[in-house]
Design a protein around this ligand. Structure first.
Ligand code: ADP
Ligand code: ZN
Length: 688
């Protein structure tokens, strides 16, 4: 085959036909162009931004094989599966392969058909891999999760260090992809993977489809159950601070009728893998987990993430909620926090073994997260500002945009609280201080004679819950800190001094004190009217996925089903216009989903016709078929019946409308009867 003419220079038609996408996501076009041009590329794109496409599409549009290095075997297998579904010749070489799978890869390499080969980094240690790749006409290396090459990063994989040598040995361009890379990590990636400077593409951190929300703890177990109840049947993760809590919460969710499992680092490896596998495959499982759950998770249709306890930093928060909604469809997040969380996190830092400058940096990062939790305006603005994107506008997709918090001048309240602290020698925690402020005569108050303090009862104008919120916000703003050496007694921080001296004022949130709402209304992904159809489409998807032991999203992702439910395609041609319905999937699943939508079993459509669905040729085919029916007994209706096979008609539909071409495709016998009529149809279509 002549490779120049086989591979289109324009990736757009391939994007549509193979992947079923109408257009590129932000940044994809530039990265794809740069990769196709054959340069070294480093792309930093947010999770769910569509990094895979940036090397898969160029692989399909250019000559040779692209080798993909990726750290997780389960993910590679899913990717290969998804590519097969899209009709792409791809394979993986991992320790998890069956012999048949490995044989199939070899055969595809021998036949020069293989376009994408996923390889685990461990494989690079053997000299055989390099030889294999040479033989397979490897023309490009793609590195997924490229931050794994950074030694000071948290996911360092020593085998990634071999990638640079492989690139030099093969002498091919390399494209590296990651979602998490600060400037330091970026430099390290560049130094280890490339010789010169790669072309760098940096796309924003924003994930507009993630709804952001925080809530003060107020019966956290009830809050978790209520959030899950509103999202019944949707896959979600609940992150907890302790292992024990994952088990009790998972049980509570199961008792409430959800399908739920727990996951933490103390479980046997085998049990952990079983949960990961279920989460990947099953529709709508809730996993209640510690942060040990995540690295091995590549499920694009996680619809919600909830933190039952405050995460440890703003980076951790964003990474954890970022696991939701990778398919781009809306996803919800909610983070619970309370004074105990703040105390716990501060203590964790103070009692850690890090040097003191490190500890104060960690306190600072915790402060940023608390600032987000207690934010007084759009949360996304606060978040993006932290990540260096300072010019974002209010997002309209966070709890504070939906319902701006009520603010009040908290200066007097804070001064009263500080005074209560100082007059009791900074030896007490929130509970006792609030008793003093409210004027409650407890034993402890009497024992210490605190009922004789001038502050005693000076805060009785505010209810207890409000005082709790004031103290929590004071901790969040780092005006006061629990002292780990004195059992969490609150100490004043320098930032509080100007307020105490009446040199500064402070604004606090009022609504954080309001009780959390009761069971919220059920959240659906589509309007009420389309919801039953979406459920039916999901049931069909589940059946098809289970039949092949594959995760549901391999068939179609949520976004695709949502679009089907909303647009209700009535024909295969319309079905082909749905995002995510490429040619191979249309052929395989189109009719099954169409029958769910139209409620009827569609006319059996010949496979040759089905292949043309969604292209203008589909329409031409239908007109050819009509013309043929008219001419079946000749133009005067007296001749012997003659009709073309469906595949012949499909061929004609793809022919060029100059007379010779159509006749040649038809052959003399058919050309005699149909040639003129068919040519007219093709000419008309070409002019349209
Ligand atoms: P990540 O950047 O996290 O690796 P993926 O490559 O897994 O993201 O893509 C996330 C999701 O987005 C997948 O479900 C993928 O099918 C979808 N996707 C990628 N590119 C497009 C596009 N151009 N149009 C629509 N969906 C896309
Ligand atoms: Zn907002």
């Amino acid at each position: 085959m002549d490779s120049d003419s086989t591979f289109p220079a324009d990736p757009m038609p391939v994007l549509r036909r193979v992947f079923g996408f109408d257009d590129f996501r932000p940044g994809q076009r530039e990265v794809v162009d740069a990769v196709m041009a054959g340069g070294d590329v480093m792309a930093i794109m947010p999770t769910g931004g569509g990094k895979s496409l940036c090397y898969q599409l160029p692989a399909l549009c250019t000559d040779g094989l692209t080798v993909v290095i990726s750290p997780l075997i389960a993910l590679m297998r899913d990717q290969v599966r998804a590519l097969h579904e899209a009709g792409v010749c791809a394979g993986a070489l991992t320790s998890g392969n069956t012999d048949e799978e490995t044989d199939a890869v070899w055969e595809a390499i021998e036949g020069a058909r293989l376009k994408l080969l996923y390889v685990a980094p461990e494989r690079l240690a053997s000299g055989g891999t390099e030889r294999l790749l040479r033989r397979a006409n490897c023309t490009r290396i793609a590195v997924d999760e490229a931050h794994c090459v950074a030694q000071w990063g948290h996911d360092f994989r020593p085998d990634y260090l071999r990638i640079g040598d492989l690139r030099r040995a093969l002498g091919v361009p390399l494209a590296a992809f990651t979602a998490t890379a600060d400037a330091e990590t970026r430099d390290e990636i560049a130094a280890r993977l490339f010789d010169g400077d790669p072309q760098v593409f940096l796309y924003g951190f924003d994930r507009p489809n993630l709804a952001l929300a925080f809530a003060a703890k107020d019966g956290p177990r009830r809050q978790v159950l209520s959030f899950a109840a509103a999202r019944r049947g949707q896959a979600g993760i609940v992150y907890c601070g302790t292992r024990a809590k994952t088990e009790t919460l998972a049980r509570a969710l199961a008792d409430d009728g959800h399908s739920a499992a727990h996951y933490h680092g103390g479980m046997e490896a085998e049990d952990r893998r079983a949960v990961e596998g279920r989460f990947q495959r099953e529709d709508g499982l809730i996993v209640v987990a510690t942060i040990a759950f995540g690295m091995g998770v590549d499920k694009p249709d996680i619809r919600w993430v909830m933190h039952a306890d405050l995460p440890k930093s703003i980076e951790a928060y964003y990474q954890e909620i970022g696991r939701a909604g990778r398919d781009g469809a809306p996803a919800d997040t909610l983070t619970l926090f309370g004074a105990d969380d703040i105390r716990f996190r501060r203590q964790q830092i103070d009692e850690g073994l890090a040097p003191s400058e490190r500890k104060s940096a960690d306190h600072g990062r915790l402060n940023t997260l608390l600032g987000l939790a207690e934010a007084q305006g759009c949360r996304r603005q606060v978040l993006l500002r932290y990540f260096g994107e300072g010019d974002a506008r209010p997002c309209g997709n966070c709890d504070l945009c939906a319902k701006p918090p009520e603010l009040f001048d908290g200066t007097t309240a804070v001064r009263k609280a500080l005074s209560a602290m100082l007059r009791t020698d900074e030896r007490f925690g929130t509970g006792h201080l609030i008793d003093v402020l409210l004027g409650v005569e407890t034993d402890k108050v009497r024992r210490f004679g605190h009922d004789r303090l001038p502050t005693f009862g000076c805060g009785s104008d505010m209810p207890k819950a409000q005082w709790q919120a004031v103290f929590r916000q004071m901790m969040g703003l780092d005006l006061v800190r629990p002292d780990p050496e004195r059992h969490g007694a609150l100490r004043m921080m320098p930032a509080a001094r100007p307020i105490l001296r009446d040199e500064a004022t402070i604004t606090l949130r009022k609504d954080a004190m309001a009780r959390a709402e009761r069971r919220p209304a059920v959240k659906t992904l589509v309007s009420e009217e389309d919801a039953p159809l979406l459920s039916a489409l999901k049931a069909k998807r589940r059946a098809l996925a289970e039949a092949q032991g594959a995760p549901a999203y391999i068939v179609f992702n949520d976004r695709t089903l949502i679009e089907m439910a909303e647009r209700r395609p009535a024909t295969l041609d319309q079905m082909a216009g749905i995002t995510g319905v490429g040619a191979a999937k249309l052929e395989k699943y189109g009719a099954a989903f169409l029958s769910v939508i139209t409620g009827e079993v569609p006319d059996p459509v010949h496979p040759a016709r089905r292949k043309l669905a969604g292209r203008s040729q589909g329409d031409v085919y239908d007109r050819l078929l009509a013309a043929q029916t008219d001419l079946i007994r000749g133009s005067d209706g007296t001749e012997k019946p003659l009709s073309c096979s469906s595949s012949l008609l499909a061929k004609v539909a793809g022919a060029r409308p100059d007379r010779g071409d159509v006749d040649r495709v038809l052959g003399p016998r058919y050309a005699d009867r149909f040639g003129a009529a068919f040519t007219a149809i093709l000419q008309e279509a070409a002019e349209a």
